[in-house]
Ligand binder design. Structure first.
Ligand code: NAD
Length: 504
């Protein structure tokens, strides 16, 4: 019989973390696998957050003058530590967030990947040189470390989101204060301890480059309001973003918002339906529909609807749901009862808006009375009704028919969120139109793969209510640095820009 408390203890031992670290405190961590409390940590009070930011600021002052490739060495060592700890850390993520082990291993692999990316980046933090209008002058841009970066993260990617931010921040010369989700404090504690192991191996890093503050909304708010936090990178619901965005703006801080998605896919008549079926399944039921990039809205051309949708319904009724750490389950539990209630509310709304729903019922209640397993749901909708326009963080796929490609694109874009999107087609014109300025309005636009499961090399994020932030690859690093524009005069005269004559 699966014993989640014992599993947590074993994992803490394997990760080399003291058992006392999870023995007491007002913040309880519950495993969604069986609903049991598997550990407790202390929540930081606003005063403790203040002190933590002060320590991180001291860390930043020392770190910002360390050459960037040397900073990269610390991240390289962290990548090594993560490789050694990959399996137990992934198991802890499964235990605390409920995702199946292969996906949790993928999440830790993502941390390792961003370490590699950041190490390379540490030798490429480049600015431009720019031609000037004045003789014997030179103009250039220099990128400097920014300051303390506050990271607020969501439960569903309890370790990778921090790494996306922190590994870039560290090579950019910043320090980090992390407020993880109150639902996944143990995974955060484990990551912080592994990072400290890398700091030890590094030898001469300043103290407090990475500071962890545990807690809920109040802890996050203390971080958001502190003027010493130069950038707040906040990942979570659009509701949270609506609260934190204006507060940060009011103090002229920088924010990087990664908020909710309501991701769509268009399946056109020329699509490879075998490929589409697999992609739809992973994107809609993987992580029990609890990815920001999960597929929620599927637009199927009327010519292929009756071939594709019955196949999906068969998969939905047979997909293995169960303990994410045991057996062959592809779908683990929802994070908690509130998530289950939200799913039932959405399904009731879908029915009352004319939808026909398959699935959605609770499973395994006998074996796990305090956990919330569900059969993934498919709702065939008469159109893009109100329920389909909001994000419900659960495995519900709303399926709609379309006739013309213009109609499909218009429907696809007619929601408040703008994170991830995809099209299945073998028609080059359709693919290119979807990718064009007149196509998908999302931050992530894919062809013949699903909307979820991004690689770290690209910039990650979305438009509209998704918040507009970009993190991870490409040039996202610029958000973690400040730019200075330099003009240097190496001549013997002082010509003014725009030819202004100011002779004295
Ligand atoms: P949530 O909004 O409930 O919480 C996210 C984090 O914000 C938590 O750490 C929470 O304590 C904190 N928080 C909440 N209110 C706050 C406030 N007023 N001030 C400061 N901090 C506050 O989200 P969740 O349930 O943990 O995660 C699910 C949501 O996250 C979904 O909407 C999902 O789409 C989104 N998400 C987005 C991305 C992305 O990259 N766009 C990635 C993962 C998750």
């Amino acid at each position: 019989m699966f014993e989640s408390v014992q599993e947590a203890r074993t994992l803490f031992e394997r990760l080399g973390l003291p058992q006392e670290a999870i023995a007491s405190g007002d913040l309880a961590s519950r495993s969604p696998i069986d609903g049991t409390v598997i550990g407790r940590v202390a929540a930081a009070s606003p005063d403790e957050v203040e002190a933590a930011i002060g320590r991180a600021y001291e860390g930043f002052l020392a770190w910002r003058t360390v050459p960037a490739p040397r900073r990269g060495e610390l991240v390289r060592l962290f990548g090594e530590v993560l490789r050694e700890a990959k399996e137990p850390l992934a198991r802890l993520v499964s235990l605390e967030a409920g995702k199946i082990l292969p996906e949790a291993l993928g999440e830790v692999q993502e941390m390792i990947d961003i370490c590699d990316f950041a190490v390379g980046l540490s030798r490429q933090l480049h600015g431009l040189t720019i031609t000037t209008e004045r003789p014997d002058h030179r103009m250039m841009e220099t990128w400097h470390p920014l300051g303390v970066v506050g990271v607020i993260s969501a439960f569903n990617f309890p370790v990778a989101v921090w790494a996306w931010n922190a590994c870039l921040a560290f090579v950019c010369g910043d320090s980090v204060v992390w407020k993880p989700s109150e639902k996944t404090p143990l995974s955060a504690l484990a990551v912080q301890t592994l990072f400290e192991r890398a700091v030890e191996r590094f030898g001469d890093a300043p103290a407090n480059l990475s500071v962890l503050v545990q807690g809920g909304r109040a802890t996050g708010e203390a971080l958001v309001d502190d003027r010493r936090v130069a950038l707040v990178s906040a990942t979570g619901s659009t509701r949270m973003g609506c609260e934190v965005g204006p507060r940060i703006a009011a103090r002229f801080g920088r924010s990087l918002l990664e908020l909710g998605g309501n991701n769509g896919m268009i399946v056109t008549p020329s699509a490879d339906l075998d490929l589409a079926e697999r992609a739809i399944t992973f994107a809609a039921v993987g992580t029990a529909g609890q990815r920001c990039t999960s597929l929620r809205r599927l637009f199927v051309h009327e010519d292929v609807y009756d071939r594709l949708v019955p196949r999906l319904k068969r998969v939905w009724s047979s997909v293995e749901v169960g303990n994410p750490l045991e057996g062959l389950a592809l779908v683990g539990p929802l994070i908690d009862e509130a998530a289950y209630d939200a799913m039932q509310t959405a399904l009731n709304d879908a029915r009352s808006e004319g939808g026909v729903v398959q699935g959605g019922e609770r499973l395994l209640a006998d074996s796990f009375p305090d956990a919330w397993y569900v059969r993934p749901a498919i709702a065939e909708m008469p159109g893009q009704t109100p329920v389909t326009q909001r994000e419900t963080f659960a495995p519900i796929l709303y399926v709609m028919r379309y006739r013309t490609f213009d109609e499909a694109i218009a429907l696809h874009n007619a929601v408040p969120q703008g994170l991830a999107s995809s099209i299945f087609t073998t028609d080059l014109r359709e693919a290119e139109r979807f990718l064009s300025a007149a196509g998908s309005d999302c931050g992530i636009v894919n062809v013949n793969i699903g909307p979820s499961g991004a690689e770290i090399g690209g910039a990650f994020g979305g438009e509209k209510e998704t918040g507009g932030g970009r993190e991870s690859g490409s040039d996202s690093w610029r958000a973690y640095m400040r730019r200075s524009t330099n003009t240097i005069n190496y001549g013997r005269d002082l010509p003014l820009a725009q030819g202004i004559d100011f002779s004295v």
